[in-house]
Design a protein around this ligand. Structure first.
Ligand code: AMP
Length: 421
């Protein structure tokens, strides 16, 4: 039997986990500095939640969801984080407890897309949501936070693209203007876009098909039909971004794959590294109507989600080093017992101690110590035990000395912390 991981779903092995953890740590530090607190919602939700929030005529809902029936429930493995967070926000009546809520999340998402570099079927997203704030100050702050985040991650050539989708009225006006542009070109559109044209013409702007892209050249811009309030909101966002010195590009034809967006819409794109064609690092926007549509009170919201795998492809960050790591090599059973005790003492001082308990030759154990990435190796045989000492090897400096057993924990913790001893 050929056992393999599911196509488009990757293992992350311990050698790679250092870079993942670093991204996660930087994400948490920066979002917490901006007042976001982590929420963890289930991977499974009712299918209807995603259909209602993301929109029926979207790629994700039409053909990418992992859905199944179990115990009389229609369930779906979350394709994104916003819907589940909104459901939790409502279910726990958070709106009645605080005026403005800032949540962050991090976890795996599932979409049955065609796998490619940077496009997976299980992928990780980190995201933030602000509930109860109409912006545009929070919009500018969120975009600026993302630019800071990617700079910390060492991603070069980050660009921010913004647009405004306006609110309901703007959309209706824009829909008509876009249809007037696309209807005469109907025959040139992809089959899928022809089918979606009347139901949801904005999707055509978001299509990846070359024919659709060509038909959209010269299409009217959303910004031309914005109502006064929507325009004031968008202008406000631009002024705040200018004040922050956060560079951005306005693209009046930027739309994003989901239906729930209103007003501010943005995408962060990257270049270089191993990113290749999937250059969308992060997408987000306002969804001022979603909470109401899910049965809650009027609650303006804004959020984003960024792909961790794509951040890893684009980023130059190095894994967190295992700086506090000691390898313990005992020769003989008495030494094994002695080093079990020493390992426990070291771990109590937050030192990572790895004990080679397989009873091998000194040379083999030393070789393994070198390979392990440890800074120090502690060697103990019968001689050391009799003299009440250990042999301490500095694997970087390639020096070796005997240290009294009763001071070895202090000597090691000092040296690992960089203090002279
Ligand atoms: P979205 O939820 O579609 O707005 O996507 C937000 C971000 O998630 C994107 O900019 C990507 O970085 C990441 N992303 C979305 N879909 C995938 C996928 N299939 N594989 C890997 N990353 C993805």
């Amino acid at each position: 039997m050929n056992l393999r991981a599911v196509k488009g779903m990757n293992d992350v092995l311990p050698d790679e986990i250092g870079r993942w953890r670093k991204i996660e740590r930087i994400f948490r530090e920066i979002t917490e500095a901006h007042g976001f607190r982590e929420v963890r919602t289930p991977i499974l939700e009712q299918t209807s939640l995603f259909v209602r929030s993301m929109g029926e005529v979207t790629d994700v809902v039409e053909k990418e969801m992992y859905s199944f029936a179990r115990h009389d429930d229609e369930l779906t493995m979350r394709p994104e984080g916003t819907a589940g967070a909104a459901r939790a926000y409502l279910e726990h009546k958070v709106h009645s407890k605080e005026a403005v809520t800032r949540w962050s999340y991090l976890g795996p998402m599932f979409r049955g897309e065609r796998p490619a570099r940077g496009r997976l079927r299980q992928f990780w997203q980190a995201g933030c949501e602000v509930y109860g704030d109409q912006g545009p100050v929070s919009d500018a702050e969120m975009i600026d936070m993302l630019v800071t985040l990617y700079r910390e991650l060492g991603v070069q050539n980050v660009s921010v693209v913004i647009n405004s989708l306006g609110s309901g009225e703007t959309r209706a006006r824009y829909r008509d203007a876009l249809l007037a542009h696309l209807l005469p070109r109907r025959a040139e559109l992809s089959e899928e876009s022809q089918r979606r044209l009347e139901k949801n013409p904005l999707r055509v702007l978001d299509s990846k098909s070359a024919a659709d892209k060509a038909a959209c050249v010269g299409a009217p811009s959303l910004l031309d039909v914005l109502g006064d309030d929507d325009r004031a909101h968008f202008d406000g966002l631009r002024r705040h971004l200018d004040a922050l010195g956060t560079p951005y590009v306005v693209d009046g034809n930027l739309v994003r794959g989901l239906d729930y967006y209103t007003r501010t819409l943005f995408e962060v794109r990257g270049e270089g590294g191993e990113l290749g064609a999937q250059n969308a690092l992060c997408g987000g926007g306002r969804y001022d109507k979603l909470i109401e549509e899910l049965g809650g009170p009027v609650t303006p919201c804004i959020g984003f989600a960024l792909g961790i795998e794509r951040a890893l492809l684009a980023s130059a960050i190095e894994p967190e080093p295992r700086a506090n790591f000691v390898y313990l090599a005992p020769l003989g059973e008495a030494a094994q017992s002695a080093l079990l005790v020493l390992a426990r003492e070291l771990r109590a001082q937050k030192v990572e101690a790895q004990l080679d308990g397989r009873g091998q030759k000194l040379k083999t154990m030393l070789h393994r110590a070198e390979q392990s990435g440890a800074r120090f190796a502690v060697l103990v045989g019968d001689g050391e035990l009799q003299r009440g000492v250990v042999t301490l090897k500095d694997l970087t400096a390639r020096t070796q000395e005997e240290i009294a057993r009763d001071v070895v924990v202090r000597v090691l913790t000092d040296r690992l912390a960089g203090a002279p001893s």
